[in-house]
Design a protein around this ligand. Structure first.
Ligand code: SAH
Length: 261
C-alpha cells in the first residue's frame, strides 16, 4: 500500500536503515517492557520494536495510516493501535499493574513542544522518552545556564527530566527530507524533583517573565513580581540576566515570590 506523506500531519518518514538501527540499539529494549510509540507513520520504528516481543501501544492521528498499520501488523498480538490525537491522549490510562511506560516517537515538529508538556503531566508513570526532534529544539532542551540556547524550555524540561542529546540525524534520512537537522533526545523523568518548587504555576510564570526579555536584568524583568532587595536577600545578583540563572535559583525566586504575593 502506498501512502503519500501529508504535510499537515507533519509527516516525514524515516527511511535510513542505519539510523533506525542506531535508534533501536541506543534505547536498549527489554522484552518485558511496556512501550508507547507516538506517530508511528508507516511503521519504521514500530516494526523493529514489535519484533523484540515487548508490549506496544501506538498512537496515530492519521486514520489512513491507522488502517494501513492494522493490516500490516495484524499478526502481532503484542500491539494495541489507538486512532487518536497524542496531544489529548491519556497516557496514564495505558498503565497496567506496577509498571512505567517507555515512550518513543519521531514527532511532528510543529507539535513537539506542547506534546512534551502534555506527556510531562503523566511523568510519574513514565520511565523515559526518546524523541526525534529538530536539533535546534534538542539543543534548547539540553542547554546549560550561560548558554545562548538556555531558556524557558531548558529550565522547564530540566526540572522534570534529565536530558541528553544522543545523536544527530541528517535531513536525507527522511522522506520527504525536512529543511532542518534533527537529533534524538533522551528525557528521563526524575524520580524525585531536583529542586523544591512550592507552586508550579508561579514557577512557570516567573521563568516565562524572566526570559520574556532576555536582554533585561532580573531587577528589571521581574520588577512587577519582586523587589531588588528581596532578590539580593536570596543571594542572587539582580544585575544578572535570566540566562545566567540555575534551576535552583529560579526555584528560590519563585518560592519567594509565591510567599510574598
Ligand atoms: N514514526 C514514523 C513517522 C514519523 S512522521 C517514522 O519515523 O517514519 C510523524 C507521524 O506523526 C505521522 O505518522 C503523523 O501522522 C503522526 N502525527 C501527527 N500529528 C499527530 C498527533 N497529534 N497525534 C498522533 N500522531 C500524530
Amino acid at each position: 500500500m502506498m501512502h503519500t506523506p501529508r504535510k499537515r500531519f507533519g509527516q516525514n518518514f524515516l527511511h535510513d536503515q542505519a539510523i533506525i538501527y542506531n535508534i533501536i540499539s541506543s534505547i536498549q529494549v527489554k522484552p518485558d517492557e511496556h512501550w508507547v510509540e507516538i506517530g508511528p507513520g508507516q511503521g519504521a520504528l514500530t516494526e523493529p520494536l514489535l519484533k523484540q516481543g515487548l508490549q506496544l501501544d501506538i498512537v496515530e492521528l492519521d486514520r489512513d495510516l491507522v488502517m494501513l498499520l492494522k493490516e500490516k501488523y495484524k499478526d502481532f498480538n503484542n500491539l494495541n493501535i489507538h486512532s487518536a490525537d497524542a496531544l489529548t491522549f491519556d497516557f496514564s490510562a495505558l498503565i497496567k499493574v506496577d509498571e512505567k511506560l517507555r515512550i518513543i516517537g519521531n514527532l511532528p515538529y510543529n507539535i513537539s513542544t506542547p506534546l512534551m508538556f502534555h506527556l510531562l503531566k503523566s511523568s510519574y508513570c513514565i520511565k523515559d522518552m526518546h524523541f526525534m526532534l529538530q536539533k535546534e529544539v534538542v539543543n534548547r532542551i539540553c542547554a546549560a545556564p550561560g548558554s545562548k540556547k538556555y531558556g524557558r524550555l531548558s529550565v522547564m524540561m530540566q526540572y522534570y527530566c534529565s536530558t541528553e542529546l544522543l545523536f544527530d540525524v541528517p535531513p536525507e534520512s527522511f522522506d520527504p527530507a525536512p529543511k532542518v537537522m534533527s537529533a534524538i533526545v533522551r528525557l528521563a523523568p526524575h524520580q524525585k524533583p531536583p529542586v523544591e518548587i512550592n507552586d508550579m504555576v508561579k514557577f512557570n510564570e516567573v521563568v516565562t517573565q524572566a526570559f520574556s526579555q532576555r536582554r533585561k536584568t532580573l531587577r528589571n524583568s521581574l520588577k512587577k513580581l519582586i523587589d531588588e532587595d528581596a532578590i539580593v536577600a536570596l543571594n542572587i545578583d539582580p544585575s544578572l540576566r535570566a540566562e545566567a540563572l540555575s534551576l535552583n535559583e529560579f526555584a528560590k525566586l519563585s518560592n519567594q515570590i509565591q510567599e510574598i504575593s
